[in-house]
Design a protein around this ligand. Structure first.
Ligand SMILES: [Zn+2]
Length: 92
């Protein structure tokens, strides 16, 4: 994986494994699958092998899942907006 250290420019960076953070509130609101998508959309953390600098970097996985995540948010907000609109201006 070609992740470069923002501090020294070295490429010997390794990913720091961290437990998948899934907010409980999100699972209750959107279901488990959306909690997982949110967790995967978070930027993974890396550690530079040369200078020990720790940093967050976007990977393809986090990029793909953040797109899915923002689509979900848009969908929810659109649905909510439509529900409010239908309530305020009922047709027929
Ligand atoms: Zn470095």
């Amino acid at each position: 994986m070609a992740v470069q250290c923002p501090s020294c420019g070295g490429s010997s960076c390794e990913k720091i494994e961290q437990p998948l953070h899934i907010p409980l509130l999100l699972i209750l609101l959107g279901g488990f699958i959306w909690g997982v998508i949110y967790g995967l959309s978070r930027e993974p953390r890396f550690r530079c092998g040369a200078c020990e600098h720790r940093f967050f970097a976007r990977t393809l996985v986090s990029q793909v899942f953040s797109v899915i995540w923002y689509l979900f948010i848009t969908l929810v907000l659109t649905g909510f907006g439509y529900a409010v609109y239908s309530f305020l201006f009922p047709t027929g």
